[in-house]
Design a protein around this ligand. Structure first.
Ligand SMILES: Cc1ncc(COP(=O)(O)O)c(C=O)c1O
Length: 361
């Protein structure tokens, strides 16, 4: 059996070592006589998994003690609603930064619950850049400021953390969490769907500062109530046990790889190699994003001659380089190079792209 290099944006590639461990433990987890999917989430075996995964996430991200860590369901888009429901408190307005597809979706959902002030937007640049903070118009009475540190489709990424003073900063980190060290203290809430850089789909990680837990609206659905879920160890309802278990194995794998400082170095190198190939192709390939805002995780690129797109994808597939087709909203190609994509995968892609350009240029 060959493991291909899978450049899909999510669900994304998982580390082969983790999948092998899942296989080995599937039928009989730790001598329990059952799989993780069949055991009680409140039994000692699963509780140990839950506790260890939280401890590992805390260690990897150096999460301070005054933050709660939740493993919820409903995906990142569930959080698009959960954020206003939990954070508005007695305020009616929130600031959002619009840097692309996922920001827009977060804004549309928040508008169901509050007045949204789009404090900055890069729409006029077709989302190829990030508006500098000096151009933001933050409101005086916002309950929080929401942004999307990495736009998975457009491939733009903040390589800096906004400074919003005492207002709670909220980040949808679905496609960048755990890709490098992070100063969690700068945030009120961080959330992420797991299926890119944490584990399989089905689990959503929320990291929330304790003092924000009292702001929850009375009519918030219980499963989305951060305070209730924090009190109940993310087990108000039956959690997504299998996805949580696999996420735990990924966190353990990250620790063994040297943690986020080591991952950050590898991820930067991978991104540099791929952008280097695009920029050095003499115009055969191009990436539209302003270089300081280029994502380390999702690299969209187009071929100057789009008639070659189908051939490119077909030949890439034959070379076991999978899921390179760009999102339908932007076309072209996209290589997602999350933590689980080995550097060898990027090297193989670069080599393929160079040969393809040579042959067809
Ligand atoms: C940045 C970002 N936010 C939100 C989502 C939506 O995530 P989910 O499918 O978990 O709701 C995605 C998924 O692709 C994403 O990349």
């Amino acid at each position: 059996m060959t493991r291909a290099f899978n450049f899909g944006a999510g669900p994304g590639m998982l580390p082969a070592e983790v999948l092998a461990q899942v296989r080995d433990e599937l039928i009989d987890l730790h001598g329990s006589g059952m799989s993780v999917m069949e055991m009680s989430h409140r039994g000692k075996d699963f509780m140990a998994i839950a506790q260890q995964s939280e401890a590992d996430l805390r260690e990897l991200l150096s999460i301070p003690a005054n933050y709660k860590v939740l493993f919820l369901q409903g995906g990142a888009q569930g959080q698009f609603a959960a954020v206003p429901l939990n954070l508005l408190g007695d305020k009616r307005r929130a600031d959002y930064i619009n840097t692309g597809h996922w920001s827009k979706r977060a804004i549309a959902e928040a508008e169901r619950f509050c007045k949204v002030n789009v404090a900055a937007s890069s729409e006029t640049s077709r989302f190829t850049t990030i508006p500098p903070q000096r151009e933001w118009s933050l409101s005086a009475d916002a309950a929080y400021v929401h942004y999307t540190p990495n736009e998975t489709i457009g491939g733009v990424e903040f390589h800096w953390i906004p400074d919003v003073g005492d207002v709670a900063l909220v980040a949808d980190m679905s496609s960048t969490i755990l890709s490098r060290p992070l100063d969690v203290r700068r945030f009120g809430v961080i959330y992420a769907g797991a299926q890119k850089n944490i584990g399989p789909s089905g689990v959503t990680v929320v990291i929330v500062r304790e003092d924000l837990l009292d702001r929850v609206q009375a009519d918030t659905p219980s499963i989305f109530n951060y305070r209730l879920q924090a009190e109940q160890g993310s087990m108000f309802n039956t959690p997504c046990t299998f996805a949580w278990y696999v996420a735990g194995l990924v966190l353990d794998w990250l620790k063994r790889k040297g943690g986020l400082a080591a991952m950050g170095e590898i991820n930067k190198r991978k991104a540099d190699k791929l952008y280097g190939c695009i920029d050095g192709s003499g115009g055969f390939y191009s990436n539209p994003v302003d270089p300081p805002c280029r994502s380390w995780m999702n690299v969209p690129f187009t071929l100057a001659d789009s008639r070659l797109d189908e051939v490119f994808l077909k030949e890439a597939q034959a070379a076991t380089l999978l899921q390179l087709k760009g999102h339908r909203a932007v076309g072209g190609m996209r290589a997602s190079i999350y933590n689980a994509m080995p550097e060898e995968g990027v090297d193989t892609l670069v080599q393929f792209m160079q040969q393809f350009a040579h042959k067809n240029g």
